[in-house]
Ligand binder design. Sequence first.
Ligand SMILES: Nc1nc2c(c(=O)[nH]1)N[C@H]1C(S)=C(S)[C@@H](COP(=O)(O)OP(=O)(O)OC[C@H]3O[C@@H](n4cnc5c(=O)[nH]c(N)nc54)[C@H](O)[C@@H]3O)O[C@H]1N2
Ligand SMILES: Nc1nc2c(c(=O)[nH]1)N[C@H]1C(S)=C(S)[C@@H](COP(=O)(O)OP(=O)(O)OC[C@H]3O[C@@H](n4cnc5c(=O)[nH]c(N)nc54)[C@H](O)[C@@H]3O)O[C@H]1N2
Ligand SMILES: [Mo]
Length: 808
Amino acid sequence: MTNTWSDIKNADVVLIMGGNAAEAHPCGFKWVIEAKKLNKAKLVVVDPRFTRSASVADYYAPIRTGTDIAFLGGVINYLLTNDKIQHEYVKAYTDFTFLVDDNFSFENGLYSGYNAEKRSYDKSTWQYQRGADGYVLTDPTLENPRCVYQLMKKHYSRYTPDVVSNICGTPEKQFLKVCEYIASTSGTGRVMTIMYALGWTQHSQGSQIIRTGAMVQLLLGNIGVKGGGMNALRGHSNIQGLTDLGLMTNLLPGYMTLPSEKEADYRAYIDKRAPKPMRPNQMSYWQNYEKFHVSLMKAWYGKAATADNNWCFDWLPKLDKPHDVLQVFEDMSHGEVNGYFCQGFNPLAAFPNKHKLNTALAKLKYLVIMDPLATETSEFWKNYGDLNDVDTASIQTTVFRLPTTCFAEESGSLVNSARWLQWHWKGAEPPGEAKPDTEIMAGLHLHLRELYKKEGGAFPDPILNLDWPYKIPHEPSSEELAKEFNGKALEDLADPADPTKIIRKAGEQLDGFAQLRADGSTACGCWIFAGSWTQAGNQMARRDNADPYGDGQTQNWAWSWPANRRILYNRASADPSGKPWDSKRRLVWWDGKKWAGDDVPDFAPASAPEVGMGPFIMNPEGVSRFFARDMMVEGPFPEHYEPTETPIDVNPMNNNPQAIYNPAARIFKGDLPNFGTSKEFPYAATTYRLTEHFHYWTKHVHINAVLQPQQFVEIGEGLAHEKGIANGDQVQVSSKRGYIRAVAVVTKRIRALKVNGKTVHQVGIPIHWGFLGQAKAGYIANTLVPFVGDANTQTPESKSFLVNVEKI
Ligand SMILES: Nc1nc2c(c(=O)[nH]1)N[C@H]1C(S)=C(S)[C@@H](COP(=O)(O)OP(=O)(O)OC[C@H]3O[C@@H](n4cnc5c(=O)[nH]c(N)nc54)[C@H](O)[C@@H]3O)O[C@H]1N2
Ligand SMILES: Nc1nc2c(c(=O)[nH]1)N[C@H]1C(S)=C(S)[C@@H](COP(=O)(O)OP(=O)(O)OC[C@H]3O[C@@H](n4cnc5c(=O)[nH]c(N)nc54)[C@H](O)[C@@H]3O)O[C@H]1N2
Ligand SMILES: [Mo]
């Protein structure tokens, strides 16, 4: 989230699109109700299904799954053609005026530089124009046809209301009504928040959908302000913490990135990640990358990390390719993986194409499951059901189950969607042989280290030299780890402005990331967490809910990264001269000498407005980007592509067979035969959750199993009529990958849509069942889902694919 849960109460319009907060985030959803009570806020919901969020909305519009870029592209076109943008904001705080490379182009569904063979782009033309001084050229008059504003206007002029309606199936009138609600927040006196989750992320173009939403918010001046923002409703209670700590295969803690195979040179690695400002007087905060990086390596390797060995740079793995979950299972399916650790992850239930996963797991030599429960994955070899994915007798995989505790049986912090690190305390002793994950991992590490010591090995250095300062080596405590993430001084730290003044003594906890150094005198396990456990103690354990401004910021409740800032980019809540756009919504302001605020200013404290530093200090531009340059895999402006499996066979935005679906989507060649066509599988399916279950583990709990005992699917009345299916009938739902059986729920909440001259029926498939636990044993919804990922994030396309439905 750019903003926070409690800030949602400050909104005038709430757009829930690509999420269903009332059912999947019921506690957070209360802030939407607060906004309705306090500001008479309007709630608008756009979803293929009429959800419980929709049931309390002021306005609901249906949409065909996988078409949100067309919808939002239409909103951009509406805002630009009806002049519903916040002019001063976009001109000062975005790249509207920036000029783009003359060779950059877009034609018939493809951007310049496409290589059809590799299904990827040469992105060299996706750049701004630069002057002799190295700075980007701009045109403040916005008349130059190569400025971002003009290119963008041209690109989205194609998304007229009738084009949108034709693709999305949303009746034109309803689409325009949503546009009106959104446009009502273009002035400085009204604000909209966007709440989204998997309905946007789980598509082959998911990250571009989110970008399009962000572009809408920028045009309206709704980023960096109270009640605004792009608010990702995150999933598991600590999934935000997972990405913060770099548990993605290409990341290091604090959103630093691993070097690639081609990056053997330390200096080049750092320089590439510490870009110089692209405009005069900008900050480009990532220029501090080396301070964060060196401090991380000092936290990991202690005294072994020195300037002479480039802080152990050679010990970092160098990535040959992304090793996301799809890639790992792809490799496993080719017998190229020997062992696999599943820690708090049930891929057989959660990842696409169960048949592919099951046969891949059967090729492993060993599988380790760290989980409090038996999972579908830990019992994959039993070949439940009638699909004959594997032959149990021939499987050689050894499965080790290491029982872990769960969150209530240990102390520690969880990072919520709002970036708040909240400490929690152990509530119960773990049962049986269950051990905390940290203890199991520490045990594995110490054991491996002994083996390396005794037997040597190809590359023992990074294991043997890992700093392991914990009091009880096989039981690092949450407190010790949290302090390590915050960071400490390794030597006395002098004030850079006054070398006679010591600001932190050796061994003391740091106050924040501004104290980090690139000379090896500080250690910090995750720079964005610096400030969470200072000399003053554990800031995450704070529980003061005082709200002096009545705006829900509660600055002394827990601790928010970065720097306890509650609203990101909050400098944008004030105009270029430093005066709040709206005095009722003031967040930060220039007091004549420095930046002051109700929130922690997201800015250089002493940079006067006259200097002209932009509010987006993490970007070398200093402003926010409509034109993504070369950051995105499939192009600088989001473009509508069909889901990989499309019910209409064509992309109405072009007539290019290469650009029907995302030309750069994550697809493995071997899966091409596993895609179905609309002829065999005519219906657009989507999958989702129910309030009564949490994924695949609450079915082990009796009461949840009673509430939602078995797999059902939702279909509209039209489709039910066509197929002769009645409410409660047993049906078989099939895709090119397999089938599941389920109870049919015939509902008015899913309507047939008119799309490109065709009637498209949608099928809703909740995801929570499998073959273990107390609910009725049966099928796994992910049997049906194709093995396709988002081009940028590799998130599977589980929200949009093709199925058939037959009465059994
Ligand atoms: N009770 C409960 N709560 C949970 C979870 C749970 O399992 N149970 N899981 C948690 C986790 S890990 C996560 S990630 C979150 C997920 O939170 P959400 O994303 O809110 O939950 P979903 O039900 O997966 O999907 C949300 C909505 O997206 C809609 N949708 C599908 N396709 C599209 C599309 O193409 N466009 C649009 N606009 N909408 C679409 C679906 O109809 C559905 O209503 O929930 C969390 N909360
Ligand atoms: N078709 C379809 N597929 C989906 C989705 C969808 O919308 N549609 N949603 C996707 C999303 S967003 C998600 S997040 C995934 C969820 O997929 P998973 O994360 O695999 O599912 P969970 O059942 O939430 O959790 C996995 C395991 O974690 C264990 N666990 C709980 N606490 C602990 C602990 O402290 N330590 C350890 N080691 N284990 C613990 C639980 O017992 C459980 O077995 O599913 C994804 N799959
Ligand atoms: Mo999730």
